[in-house]
Ligand binder design. Structure first.
Ligand SMILES: Cc1cc2nc3c(=O)[nH]c(=O)nc-3n(C[C@H](O)[C@H](O)[C@H](O)COP(=O)(O)OP(=O)(O)OC[C@H]3O[C@@H](n4cnc5c(N)ncnc54)[C@H](O)[C@@H]3O)c2cc1C
Length: 448
């Protein structure tokens, strides 16, 4: 009887990531010990992950410093011309749908309420964003999202093509969702604004990190010491696993190219972003005097040896980005794909389960020793709590929505370091825990 009751309870509580989300006590996801106030923390990488982490850590009473390989901000994925903040909702009550909705609402608040900075400076152009239904099935799904109130009615509305055309400022052929507080950011400008007064060392390629006695030591390429720190946070995207031993984390580099499309007389009135698998932003002055829509983005995995050349633009991706736009709106009828089409290509860091990776980094060897027989299905309470590499944390795998997720993730990470109540529920912290891949592997009995 007791067994049957437990079985039912366990089944009900199993989340998408295959873990019991109601148990705060899964020993392999126990929280790391907090760091003392005032601890010196080295952050590697000055993308949106590193910059938002710095801000959250400073607020939590730590002393952060950033090391960045690039000469300036936005050297990696965060250097795109434009980034959209727009939700990705799911109709089922899935953990990832809830996480994405939470991250979106948090991002809207975060970017809108920066101290001493006007909203108009942060958000580019008018607010609002449209997700177009690509077929009848999607149209039904969008109506269901509204019926199920996946976002409050004040945030999201289902609209017909006439109403959407009015919102967008251009003629639109499909129905879809209108998100009132969505918007477009200029990521590099945002990084500049957020990083005012931050301690950032540019042109420093951190080659090696090492724990000796009670501190972390950082070395550059020439073997010079960059100092000693109480803690290190790896926010260097797809390269995080090169610097730290984050056991079994399958980080992959996905190249993405956006195309800059000159605004036509008709399309220059577009005043909010349109997404439909791809996206078209409102026109921006990208510095050349002429206004361009940013259209994107391609998505392709990079093989060994292809990363170096990932930033080179390719014509085939421009064609993929721009083809068929006139089926969205006749304002794009005059779109011409030419050899002078410009754009930007960069890399997203992704994981196999599409969740980011955030938290204290486990000691992989000790995990192997303690949890080697997980596949036998013994109850979790038979195992000791996870052992962490003291003072090592990561925030990576932000994928295609890093600008949107980073504010929430940074606040959560600062909460972990400070040991304060966390902005994220424990079930979300478990879903993004760096040890999840090693634990899954041990459960499956795959030989190392
Ligand atoms: C084409 C494209 C379009 C996108 N559009 C959107 C969008 O509309 N909305 C959205 O929310 N997200 C979008 N994204 C995703 C978003 O841009 C990324 O998820 C986000 O920028 C990742 O930020 P990050 O700080 O983790 O990584 P990055 O921005 O890549 O920063 C990592 C930094 O670490 C530095 N670094 C690496 N190794 C070292 C080292 N050893 N020493 C020192 N420094 C190091 C790099 O130079 C880099 O500056 C898009 C991504 C792409 C590619």
């Amino acid at each position: 009887m007791v067994g049957r009751h437990l079985m039912t309870k366990r089944r009900r509580a199993t989340s998408l990531v295959g873990e019991d989300t109601t148990a705060n006590s899964l020993p392999w996801f126990a929280l790391p010990k907090p760091l003392p106030k005032g601890a010196a923390v080295a952050i590697i990488g000055a993308g949106i992950a590193g910059i938002s982490c710095f801000q959250a850590l400073l607020r939590a009473g730590f002393k952060p410093v950033i090391f960045e390989r690039g000469e300036s901000l936005g050297a990696g994925g965060s250097g795109n011309a434009v980034g959209l903040i727009q939700p990705r909702l799911t109709t089922s009550d899935s953990l990832d749908g809830q996480f994405n909705a939470t991250a979106y609402l948090h991002a809207v608040q975060y970017y809108s309420h920066q101290e001493n900075i006007l909203e108009e400076v942060i958000w580019h152009g008018s607010r609002g964003g449209i997700q177009l239904a690509r077929n009848a099935g999607e149209d039904k799904r969008f109506q269901k999202l509204v019926d199920e109130a996946r976002l409050p009615a004040s945030e999201m509305e289902y609209m017909n093509p006439t109403a959407l055309s009015e919102m967008a400022g251009i003629d639109i052929h499909q129905s879809g969702l209108y998100f009132k507080n969505a918007g477009a950011l200029r990521p590099v400008e945002i990084l500049k604004i957020l990083s005012r007064d931050m301690d950032i060392h540019f042109k420093v390629d951190v080659e090696h990190i090492e724990r000796r006695k009670s501190a972390w030591y950082l070395l550059d390429r020439a073997g010079n010491s960059l100092g000693e720190f109480d803690a290190v946070i790896l926010t260097n995207a797809h390269e995080a696993t090169k610097l730290g031993d984050i056991r079994d984390v399958p980080l992959t580099a996905k190249r993405g190219q956006v195309s800059f499309l000159p605004a036509s007389e008709a399309s220059q009135n577009q005043n909010c972003g349109l997404s439909f698998g791809r996206y078209v932003t409102p026109p921006f002055d990208l510095g050349a005097g002429q206004k361009f829509h940013v259209v994107g983005a391609s998505y392709c995995e990079l093989g060994v040896g292809e990363i170096e050349a990932a930033q080179n633009l390719n014509a085939a991706d421009h064609v993929k980005n721009l083809e068929g736009l006139s089926s969205i709106s006749k304002s794009y009828d005059d779109v011409v794909i030419s050899t002078s089409t410009k754009g930007r290509a960069s890399i997203r860091a992704t994981t196999i389960d599409h969740w980011p990776v955030l938290g204290g980094v486990q000691d992989g060897d000790i995990c192997d020793q303690h949890y080697f027989d997980l596949r036998h299905g013994k109850p979790a309470h038979n195992y000791p709590e996870i052992t962490y590499q003291t003072g090592l944390y990561c925030m990576t795998g932000l994928g295609s929505r890093g600008l949107q997720m980073a504010p929430l993730l940074s606040t959560a990470l600062a909460g972990l370091l400070a040991g304060s109540p966390n902005v994220l529920e424990k079930r979300f912290l478990d879903a993004i825990h760096p040890a999840r891949f090693q634990i899954r592997k041990l459960k499956r009995k795959v030989g190392r």
